[in-house]
Design a binder for this molecule. Structure first.
Ligand code: BDP
Length: 642
């Protein structure tokens, strides 16, 4: 499947290049790229598999002159300091907040000797923002581009037994226009108006943001990949399992069990390395936000009667589709009530903080939310597992924020290659979570006319930009549907962006800021524009609409008796007004407030103290007035339906 995608996207890139009169050039790689297949099954500890979390204090050294590779720092850092992993480096060490250049991490560890016999060993990084090169015992393992998504290398032949192994990773997060997310763009929407300069509105936190795992799987035979999809007919549920394995066994079994201990066992027969089975569940308990019922699905490889490998997933039986103006979960219309969020917390930066993750779910439940979008990148794996358990729906967004289609063809082509890779990585990683109902392939791809320093362009230039944008985004949407026909696909449209770009989306997802960036302080005008635009969009595109962002900055504790920006009252009034208008439009299938909590940004005139203050909670999760409003509206509203 991945090969088909690759060839399609190559054709697409070639077409762009030919249309624009440029020749294609491949980017040279000195270090091999990891295989995307290796991230499909999260490291698991069970009878047959092992894992060792390398989170903790690592050695660290910045390398602003980029001399480390020449000087062989992969054989030992010359002057290391300490750093915690996971966690962004920016706020752990003084004078590094704005440093985005090369930095080196190093740790020494034994590999458990019990893994020596009949185990294949891997090394997996959950997220290295943005570009990473990895060495084991001074030998290059490979490189990976793109933060927020995992990568893994097989290290079986390189492990030293009964002595320490040195793992070294060099990471850099330079903001460049041909990267995804898109870095500094002279005439981007944010222009060079922020520091550090990027074409997106969150701080470019850098480093190892998620766990690093050593893991092992049985060498003679192991499961490489499992894809679960579900459906139901009447009261019978079906879990369809597609399995890929390596090694010389030809049989296996799938065991589905519920919490009461009831088990269904279906034998598996491989043809080559692949097999597919359906497990039928009578009197199925469907998964939905009111009752997020999960089944354990255990896949085993058998040698005779003996299991030689196993992997356990939890899944919920549910369907998701669009019909006319509705999003249907299990055949019933669903209204998304939720937020756009960020992974962001003081000092941790974008590093995973599990108490905050749990707190966020608790707060979402407290105010009656049923959904969120992983703006603007896939989140830590633990977030999805929790959403599965708690019945929270996710729009899973890849890191393609700040895309433009009017700069150098080479840059557009390179971003497309990266988007293709990231889409495959995201779907490979997250495809088995019932909570994920929709893929978002981009946030606010922007036309040139929204740029900060735009000079008038020609009509031809605008036509060309539209053509490229539609093909670029259309191809990503098609790829998402091809890789995963069981979910919806969309991208999030920017205010002022062309509606025609969104024609291929299953759901129209838009961000709107009437009353904030336009019609400032004028609620009546904001309401008129907003309502009018919704009707027009629906009339043109005839699909359900989800507002994926709307809101206003509010400084916690700032109050006003009249409409005044940055006061808590203004934020609350604006959110209330948008929700009221949406309630009058039957085609609006969701309202997601921007944002869940205040978060760190680059420095800019619009961002006091380098913070985006549109959170309904503060960065340390204290409610503003808007949170109480939502609780009132949503907890009342949800009585009896999800
Ligand atoms: C939207 C972006 C989001 C920003 C938000 C804002 O999608 O990342 O943080 O605007 O300006 O355009 O607050």
């Amino acid at each position: 499947m991945i090969d088909v995608m690759k060839s399609r996207s190559c054709c697409f890139l070639l077409l762009i290049a030919l249309a624009l009169g440029y020749s294609t050039s491949m980017y040279a790689t000195e270090f091999p790229k990891p295989s995307i297949k290796d991230i499909s099954l999260y490291p698991q500890q069970n009878t047959h598999r092992n894992r060792l979390d390398l989170s903790g204090i690592w050695n660290f050294q910045v390398d602003p002159q980029e001399q480390g590779e020449d000087e062989g720092w992969f054989n030992g850092l010359p002057q290391p300091t300490s750093i915690a992993v996971p966690g962004s480096w920016n706020d752990q060490l003084e004078n590094q907040h704005n440093y985005l250049g090369c930095s080196w991490y190093e740790i020494e560890t034994f590999v458990p000797s019990t893994w020596k016999n009949d185990q294949e060993i891997g090394l997996r990084f959950g997220s290295a923002v943005y570009m990473a090169k990895v060495w084991l015992n001074g030998q290059p393992l490979g490189q990976h581009e793109g933060g927020h998504l995992p990568f893994a290398f097989s290290i079986t032949d390189k492990v030293k037994w009964n002595e320490k192994n040195r793992i070294t990773i060099m990471v850099e997060n330079k903001q460049q226009p041909d990267r995804v997310p898109t870095g500094a763009l002279v005439d981007g929407a944010l222009g060079s108006q922020n520091y550090p300069s990027s074409n997106y509105d969150f701080f470019p936190f850098s480093g190892l943001h998620r766990s690093v795992w050593l893991y092992s799987v049985p060498k003679t035979a192991h499961i490489n990949d499992i894809t679960l999809t579900t459906t139901f007919h009447g009261s019978t549920g079906i879990i369809h399992a597609q399995i890929e394995k390596a090694g010389n066994v030809q049989t296996g079994r799938v065991v589905v069990s519920d919490k009461a201990g009831k088990q269904l066992v279906v034998p598996v027969k491989f043809r080559g390395n692949e097999a597919a089975v359906d497990v039928e569940i009578l009197n199925v308990k469907l998964w939905n936000p009111d009752s997020p019922f999960l089944y354990d699905v255990t896949v085993e490889l058998l040698n005779g009667n003996n299991a030689v490998d196993s992997y356990i997933l939890q899944t919920g039986v549910r369907t998701i589709e669009v019909k006319d103006d509705d999003i249907l979960l299990n055949g019933k219309p669903i209204h998304l009530r939720g937020f756009g969020k960020h992974e962001d917390f003081p000092i941790f930066g974008r590093g995973v903080v599990q108490p905050v993750m749990i707190k966020d779910f608790s707060l979402m439940k407290w105010l009656g939310a049923n959904s969120f979008r992983t703006s603007h990148y896939p989140y830590d794996e633990s977030v999805y597992a929790e959403a599965d358990k708690q019945g929270i729906l996710i729009i899973d967004e890849m890191p393609s924020v700040g895309l433009v289609f009017y700069d150098q063809p080479e840059a557009i082509q390179r971003r497309k290659e990266l988007c293709d890779q990231m889409l495959q990585e995201m779907i490979t990683r997250d495809k088995n979570h019932p909570s994920v109902i929709m893929w978002s392939v981009a946030n606010e791809p922007s036309p040139r006319t929204l740029g900060a320093n735009v000079l008038a362009g020609t009509n031809d230039a605008a036509d060309q930009e539209n053509r490229i944008a539609k093909e670029f985004l259309g191809d990503l949407l098609h790829q998402a549907k091809r890789l995963d026909p069981s979910r919806l696909a969309t991208f999030v449209g920017v205010m002022g962006g062309p509606a025609q770009w969104m024609e291929e989306c299953d759901v129209i997802a838009i961000n709107r800021y009437y009353g904030w960036y336009t019609s400032i302080g004028n609620f009546a005008m904001a309401e008129r524009y907003f309502g009018g635009e919704l009707d027009k969009l629906h009339n043109d595109l005839k699909k359900p609409i989800v507002l994926t962002e709307f809101g206003a900055d509010a400084i916690a504790g700032s109050h006003a008796t009249e409409d005044e920006m940055f006061s808590e009252e203004y934020q609350q009034k604006m959110i209330n007004a948008y929700l009221d208008i949406a309630n009058t439009k039957s085609y609006v299938s969701g309202m997601m407030i921007w944002a869940f909590a205040d978060f760190k940004t680059a420095q800019a005139l619009m961002r006091v103290r380098a913070m985006n203050l549109k959170g309904v909670f503060t960065q340390d999760r204290k409610p503003k007035m808007a949170a109480w409003l939502l609780k009132k509206r949503w907890v009342d509203e949800i009585q009896g339906n999800y």
